[in-house]
Ligand binder design. Structure first.
Ligand code: 5GP
Length: 206
């Protein structure tokens, strides 16, 4: 069976990427959202196994050592990772998978999954970035400055991404993400095998 396509969505925290990722799973057929493992504390309103799989550092380190992660990274002092199993079981069903991960994880995925598609969600300007970051998890100003610095570092890596969505409005961003997914699905590399099968052509190039 034809494998699904792997999409990575990155962007500074507060860019709305988690909301967007969860929306698109409902609006586009055959896309699933990968649930990451993390050592960070569960926030109010989050559910274990739905938002993340919350585990302790010892278990996370064991999973690193036993090569269970397709990618993992330390973000804001916590560990986050996506397992190979989580990705493969979806792709093997012919369903696309969307990973909401940081730039370090995105690079690891790029080297492991040659056909993966990388999308960066970016706030429209510095002022909006600061506003969005200060809304989230930022109790003091030095923490906010740290997150600003980190966000700028992340934005400086957009060259490693295939598509950029400027996130001024959630509905517009959702439409852009939907159209990226629909366009990528039309790429020759992803539909070629189906066409060859349909016309009984043996694929000598693969
Ligand atoms: P939060 O704790 O606010 O949900 O996420 C913090 C950051 O960690 C976000 O940038 C998010 O994209 C990133 N993140 C979430 N899951 C993963 C993961 O599995 N791997 C990596 N590398 N980053 C992740």
């Amino acid at each position: 069976m034809k494998k699904g396509i792997l999409y990575v969505l990155s962007g500074p925290s507060g860019s709305g990427k988690t909301t967007l990722a969860k929306h698109v799973v409902n609006t586009v057929n055959y896309v699933d959202f990968a649930i990451s493992y993390t050592t960070r504390k569960i926030r109010d309103g989050e559910k274990d196994g739905i938002d993340y799989k919350f585990i302790d550092e010892e278990k996370f380190r064991f999973m690193i050592d036993s090569n269970q992660f397709a990618e993992w990274a330390e973000v804001h002092g916590n560990l986050y990772g996506t397992t190979i199993d989580e990705i493969e079981k979806v792709l093997d069903k012919g369903i696309d998978i969307l990973l909401d991960i940081d730039v370090q994880g995105s690079l690891q995925i790029k080297t492991k999954y040659r056909n993966s598609v990388h999308i960066f969600l970016i706030p429209p300007d510095l002022i909006t970035l600061r506003k969005r970051l200060s809304k989230r998890n930022t109790e003091n100003s030095s923490e906010l400055e740290k997150r600003m610095e980190m966000a700028i570092k992340e934005i400086s890596r957009i060259n490693d991404y295939d598509y950029i969505i400027v996130s001024d409005d959630i509905d517009k961003s959702l439409r852009k993400l939907e159209s990226i997914i629909e366009t990528v699905r039309l790429k020759t590399e992803f539909i070629m095998d189906d066409i060859f099968k349909l016309y009984n052509i043996s694929n000598n190039n693969s």
